[in-house]
Write a protein that binds this ligand. Sequence first.
Ligand code: GLY
Length: 424
Amino acid sequence: MRILVVGGGGREHALTWKIAQSPLVDAIWCAPGNAGMAAVAECVDIGAEDIEALAGLAQDKKIDLTVVGPEAPLVAGIADLFQDRGLAVFGPTREAARMEGSKDFAKQLMLDAGVPTGKAEVFTDYEAAEACILKNKAPYVVKADGLAAGKGVVIAQDDEAAYKALKACFLDRSFGSAGEKVLIEEFLEGQEVSILCFVDGEDILPMAPAQDYKRIGDGDSGPNTGGMGSYSPVPVLSDEDYQRCVEEILRPTARALATRGIHYQGILYAGIILTAEGPKVLEYNVRFGDPETQAVLPRLESDIVEAMLAVVEGRLAGKSLQWKDDPCVTVVIASGGYPAAYKKGYPVSGLEAAGSLAGVTVFHAGTSLGDGREVLTNGGRVLGVSALGADFAAARDRAYEAAGMIGFTDIYYRSDIALRTLEV
Ligand code: GLY
């Protein structure tokens, strides 16, 4: 088979790495890819959002299956376009992708289906939203309805922060049309767990759970990022609560989509908070998580391409996945300054030595190849160092040992990834 992977971050490198292990696969193309993906695939300089050009590439290269990494092309309708052209694609249609593309749509679906989630009110103007803040008590979660490049969700600890977030959406129009509708949600207290799930209509195949770290600093301090680390499985999530997540959240959600006449095919990612009242949904995403994928896929023994084909061909029912018992810890290595301004173009050293440690895989995120084919930093999140180990302590030690072998100017990473797993 000939596979095209759309995207160029750590998640897409992990997907490409896993896809490359499938005996079903002869060749892989990535668009746009990164320096790590270039080692196992042919990278083509087409952006993940240029869906017309991607369809042209899939036709030219006679691609058998296209796997879409990021949400933006899905929300823009890449699956619809490919299907119209008779091209097989792993990822939901534009209508189904509203589960991530419209927080209001997802919330209504959950409420209709009785899926546990935080209470929310929806607003289309500043004054009404301000009145909601006046009559309630902080903290709140203020969410722009549409896609806002990961910046549309604000946890407001006080009324001032909530007004600021509302002003950004309604008055400053910082997120354009994505902020024309805003949800003010109840703040859910508890640890967060991500469950990525293969979905084919009403048939679901959940993956092992993971947890990610969104803040830049140790102890969950500082601003939000695209994710500074992750681990899988999640010791704080009991088997019983995992089953509740499957039966009370994922299955009814797939059923509710089907009831609405939406045939969902792809990954549905549930971001879940383990509250004192039980698991509740924080948000849905319509693709693999980043950096959860980098911690989940090293544990997957089954052929990912078989699972993807089962979804695309409508035969997921009855399929199962095999997992390694070993936990995996992923430490994200970033450019100093991220998530604010940072510099790019620094040479990266130590990749080979780090990647040759037992159980370690170094996934590239923001990297490019220089004129001499040397690896250069090319983004805020540069690499994800994933390590398997016999237990979390061993996986963590290996991940940090490998991270310590990598060097570039202004390198930064958190030192407390997966530390809490040692306390459970
Ligand atoms: N880890 C969060 C996300 O992928 O959106």
